[in-house]
Design a protein around this ligand. Structure first.
Ligand code: ATP
Ligand code: MG
Length: 593
């Protein structure tokens, strides 16, 4: 099949050839006409020659017929074009006639007749003498032969030229098509992203070769650009991954349908899986946490509803998982044209904050309850004393005053604790003295004696003699002791034992230290609660017991010892067997305080 442009060129060539043919035909006509004219002149000349050659013979007195015959026969023999020769006298009567049998048999239409006068030339003596006419007939074959061969030649030349041209176009088109096919294949490979693909330049020449070279050049360049682009993308991706890996917040990328596309290690940890492979491709709505809850099912639906609102604020929800509380914020990912591609969920582990929040709520309710109790008692006692003082006997009044004093003292202690808590928390520097802490310990133990007796608790102290002096803020240490002793008393049932010990120990990390321990054989603490026991507001009672308190005591102990004295606190407890709380003050490293 010829290409369209080849068909056009063949049509053009044919048209031009046709034009040439018409022109050639016209010229050929002209040529044929001029040939005829010349042939006619030639014929007249032949007639004249025959006439002048025959005039003497016609005029001969001796057997003119024989002489004419000889002459005419020779002429007919020698000139194949001559068909016949006829002689007429002045009267127009045929004197002699002869014809070539062969020649006269030919096409009559071509034959032409020429006439010449038979006339003796003039001499001085006589004027020219007219003897008659001679008429010759010629075949006209010469003209016919020449014009036929010319015409044939013309046609042969024309058709050969036409055929050669068409053949050339065809061959060219076949080759061109083959090479173009090669170029087309290259372009197609390039369009599918096969950058760097090379077209074979072999057997190509001229402009096609140039085209192939340029193509290969362009393909190579595209390959280089692509490689550079890939490098840039890889660098960007690495940066992105490094950021994702390092951030503490979890990142979970989901597509429009909610299928998980990517997760960072923190995200995996928050969703309790070891690697992202465990969840990739799965739908986030179908994610089931260890307690069987579809934790994110409603979250994405809520978000989709949420973003439909104009000027929707940042979307953040709290998701409760069995092991942790997550704060999940969701944002939409869009492409450059603003089309939604999916969502990115940022998860933050807020277990600690949620716990503190919960404990704070407990703390507030506990504190208000604790405060209300003495205030109510004081109010009712004061009220009675004010209105009915005269009705009361002396003993009752003294008992009332006693209660008022105890309750006021309790109130004061509680307010002091809260104040201490905020002061220690703020981290104000405490002014310390280098001193022996033995008196502080003894004094506080002494002050708890009455309380212990009321509960029938045995209290004993065992303080190593000659403890070294340490830099302490005595009030803080006293408060620490009071908190530890008050807990021991509070959380030990009637008849229990409380032991207070102080001795020098050698710690592996920080050298020698004074270790103070308060041991009891009370209700103890379940092992699971021990890691949180020094946290502020934390109370085992919130979960288990009903004994009142604020949950501040042990936190104050820890802050005072660790933050303000660079010491350390410790606990050891077994549920229903008893607890040991204590602290260590290092004697070497912090003397400069
Ligand atoms: P506050 O001391 O402020 O009145 P509290 O005693 O409840 O309140 P902390 O002293 O901080 O608070 O004690 C925290 C929790 O630790 C207590 O609620 C209690 O459950 C537990 N606890 C502390 N000491 C003991 C102990 N000796 N025996 C058993 N449990 C204890
Ligand atoms: Mg306490």
């Amino acid at each position: 099949m010829l290409a369209a442009e080849n068909r056009v060129s063949i049509i053009l060539i044919s048209l031009v050839s046709l034009l040439f043919l018409v022109v050639a035909w016209f010229l050929y006509g002209q040529y044929t006409r001029s040939l005829n004219t010349h042939y006619d002149k030639f014929g007249s000349l032949v007639a004249e020659i025959v006439a002048s050659g025959a005039v003497d013979r016609v005029n001969s007195p001796l057997s003119p017929q024989i002489k004419i015959k000889q002459f005419v026969d020779r002429m007919l023999d020698e000139h194949s074009d001559l068909v016949s020769v006829e002689f007429y006298d002045t009267e127009g009567n045929l004197i002699y006639e002869n014809r070539d049998i062969q020649a006269s048999a030919r096409d009559k239409a071509q034959q032409r007749t020429f006439t010449a006068r038979l006339q003796l030339p003039s001499t001085q003596a006589m004027r020219p003498q007219y003897l008659g006419t001679v008429s010759i007939t010629m075949t006209g074959d010469t003209v016919d032969d020449i014009s036929t061969s010319t015409r044939t030649m013309l046609l042969i030349v024309f058709f050969s030229a036409w055929l050669l041209t068409v053949l050339a176009v065809f061959v060219n088109s076949v080759f061109l098509q083959k090479h173009l096919q090669r170029l087309l294949q290259g372009v197609q490979r390039l369009s599918t992203g096969d950058f760097g693909f090379r077209i074979n330049e072999k057997n190509l020449w001229g402009e096609l070769r140039e085209l192939a070279k340029s193509f290969n050049d362009m393909s190579m360049r595209l390959r280089i650009y692509e490689d550079q682009n890939l490098d840039t993308i890889a660098i960007e991706r690495n940066k992105f991954e490094a950021v994702l890996l390092s951030i503490a917040d979890g990142t979970v990328v989901v597509n429009h349908a909610g299928d998980i596309m990517m997760m960072n290690p923190s995200g995996c940890q928050h969703l309790s899986v070891t690697s992202e492979d465990a969840l990739l491709g799965r739908n986030l709505s179908e994610y089931v946490s260890e307690d069987g809850q579809q934790s994110f099912e409603t979250l994405l639906d809520d978000y989709k509803r949420h973003i439909r609102q104009p000027d929707a604020p940042v979307f953040a929800h709290q998701v409760e998982m069995p092991e942790r509380t997550l704060n999940v914020s969701v944002a939409t990912i869009q492409d450059a044209d603003g089309n939604d591609l999916g969502f990115v969920l940022t998860t933050r582990d807020i277990t600690k904050e949620a716990e503190v929040d919960r404990l704070k709520t407990h703390f507030i309710s506990n504190v208000s309850h604790e405060l209300r109790t003495p205030v109510t008692t004081i109010q009712s006692y004061v009220d009675t004393l004010y209105h009915h003082s005269d009705d009361l006997d002396e003993d009752t009044r003294i008992e009332f005053m006693d209660t008022l004093y105890t309750e006021t003292d309790r109130l004061k202690k509680m307010v002091n604790d809260i104040l201490d808590f905020s002061r220690l928390e703020e981290g104000d520097e405490l002014i310390k003295d280098e001193q022996d802490i033995t008196p502080i310990i003894n004094l506080t133990v002494q002050s708890f004696k009455v309380l212990a007796q009321q509960k029938e608790l045995t209290m004993s102290t065992n303080i190593e003699s000659n403890l070294p002096q340490v830099w302490v803020h005595s009030e803080s240490i006293e408060r620490v002791m009071r908190n530890l002793l008050s807990n021991a008393v509070k959380y030990t049932e009637q008849g229990g034992k409380i032991k207070v010990r102080a001795e020098m120990v050698d710690t592996a990390d920080n050298g020698p230290a004074i270790e103070v321990r308060v041991e009891d054989n009370g209700i103890g603490i379940p092992k699971a609660y021990l890691p949180k026991i020094f946290d502020r507001f934390f109370r085992v009672e919130n979960d288990v017991h009903t004994i009142k308190g604020t949950g501040l005591g042990l936190h104050l102990v820890k802050t005072a010892i660790e933050k303000h004295h660079d010491g350390e606190v410790f606990v050891d407890s077994t549920e229903a067997e008893g607890s040991t709380f204590g602290f260590r003050l290092f004697t070497t490293s912090h003397n400069d305080n």
